[in-house]
Design a protein around this ligand. Structure first.
Ligand code: SF4
Ligand code: SF4
Length: 319
C-alpha cells in the first residue's frame, strides 16, 4: 500500500506544537511505517519552491500549527491548503489564535512602538521601524507584511479538523494521526480530542457548592489538594474548557487556563466562562460584587487568553 504523505508547518506560534508532535513517543515508528513527511521546515530541508512544484492535493494531510500573523503565514497556509487533501489546525494558535492572538488588543503601530521604541532596552531615537521593502546596494530586500490583526487558520483557509491544546497532549495528537492512518476520520469540522465534555468532568477534585467571596491569584494561597480550585477562589477555567488533557493543571495544583478551547456547542469560550463565574459570585450587593470582580487580574486577557481571534469579539476596536 502506498504510504501517506504528511506535511507539518509552523506559522505564528511558539514552537511548542512542533515538540508536542514528538510526544507520541514510540508511536512515531507506526507513523513512519504509514507515512512519509514531505515538508517540515523545522526538521526537513524542503524549500517553499519545492512545495510549489508539488501537484495539487498530492499531500494527504497537513498539520498546520500557528496563527496567521504575517503575509508569509497566509501565503503558506494557502499554498499548503492547495497541495493538501486534509488541512488540520493543530494546536490552539491555529485553532483559536491563542497567545499570539492577544495582540488583537492592539494594532500594528502600537505593537511596533512598543517593540522598536518604548522598551527600556531599545535605543532607537529616529524611530526606525521594519520596512517591507528596503533598497540595498545588492538590490531590494523584502520581508513579509505584519498584519494589524491575528487570524485563525480557519479564518484564512478551509480547515477540515481541529486538534486543541497549547500544546495538544499526546492522546489528542495520536487520536488524529491514528484516525488518519486507519482512514477512520470523523466528520469534517470535528475538534479531535479524547473528550467532548469539560475539563471539570475529568478533574478528580471534590466539587461542592460554588460560592465565591474573593478571587485569588495562584501565588496568594496554597490551595487544599482535593477541593475544587474554583471553590477556593482560584480562577479555574475547567468549567468552560473542553476536556481531553486529563485535567493536567488542576492535578498539579494549578488552575486550568482554558487551552483546550470551548466545550462542544459553545462559540465564545470567554463569554461562557464569564457567564459561569457571574452565577457563582456570592453577593447581591452591587458594591460588594464590584469589589469581588476587581480582584480578577487582566480580565480581557484572562477570559480570552487562548481564543480572542476566534471569539465573537475577534479584536479590540482602536480608533
Ligand atoms: S473548576 Fe477546576 S478544580 Fe474545579 S473541578 Fe473544574 S477543573 Fe477541577
Ligand atoms: S487543564 Fe486546562 S490549561 Fe491545563 S492542559 Fe488542560 S485544558 Fe490546558
Amino acid at each position: 500500500m502506498a504510504k501517506l504523505k504528511v506535511a507539518l508547518y509552523w506559522a505564528a506560534s511558539c514552537g511548542g506544537c512542533e515538540i508536542a508532535t514528538l510526544q507520541i513517543g514510540e508511536k512515531i515508528l507506526k507513523l513512519a511505517e504509514a507515512a512519509d513527511i514531505v515538508f517540515w521546515p523545522v526538521a526537513v530541508d524542503v524549500k517553499y519552491a519545492d512545495v510549489g512544484k508539488m501537484p495539487d492535493k498530492s499531500i494527504d494531510a497537513c498539520l498546520f500549527n500557528g496563527a496567521i500573523r504575517t503575509s508569509e503565514n497566509e501565503h503558506i497556509a494557502k499554498l499548503l491548503r492547495a497541495k493538501s487533501k486534509l488541512m488540520i489546525a493543530y494546536g490552539s494558535c491555529a485553532y483559536e489564535g491563542c497567545i499570539p492572538g492577544l495582540a488583537n488588543f492592539y494594532n500594528r503601530q502600537m505593537i511596533f512602538n512598543r517593540a522598536y521604541v518604548e522598551t527600556p532596552s531599545t535605543d532607537n531615537p529616529k524611530k526606525i521601524y521594519p520596512q517591507m521593502r528596503v533598497k540595498v546596494p545588492e538590490g531590494e530586500l523584502e520581508i513579509p507584511e505584519f498584519y494589524d490583526t491575528v487570524k485563525t487558520l480557519a479564518q484564512t483557509v478551509d480547515v477540515d479538523y481541529f486538534v486543541p491544546g497549547c500544546p495538544p497532549e499526546e492522546k489528542s495528537t495520536w487520536l488524529a494521526l491514528e484516525a488518519l492512518i486507519e482512514g477512520k476520520l470523523p466528520p469534517k469540522g470535528t475538534v479531535i480530542s479524547p473528550s467532548t465534555k469539560a475539563v471539570c468532568d475529568e478533574c478528580p477534585r471534590k466539587k461542592e457548592e460554588k460560592k465565591i467571596k474573593k478571587f485569588y491569584r495562584p501565588y496568594e494561597i496554597i490551595p487544599e489538594p482535593e477541593k475544587c480550585l474554583l471553590e477556593q477562589g482560584l480562577l479555574c477555567y475547567g468549567i468552560a474548557t473542553r476536556g481531553g488533557c486529563g485535567a493536567l493543571c488542576p492535578q498539579a495544583n494549578m488552575p486550568c487556563t482554558g487551552c483546550y478551547g470551548p466545550v462542544e456547542g459553545v462559540i465564545d469560550q470567554g463569554a461562557h466562562f464569564l457567564s459561569a463565574l457571574s452565577s457563582i459570585i456570592d453577593s447581591n450587593d452591587p458594591e460588594e460584587i464590584q469589589k469581588i470582580v476587581n480582584d480578577i487580574p487582566d480580565p480581557a486577557g484572562t477570559f480570552y487568553r487562548y481564543s480572542l481571534p476566534a471569539s465573537l469579539l475577534r479584536r479590540a476596536r482602536i480608533k
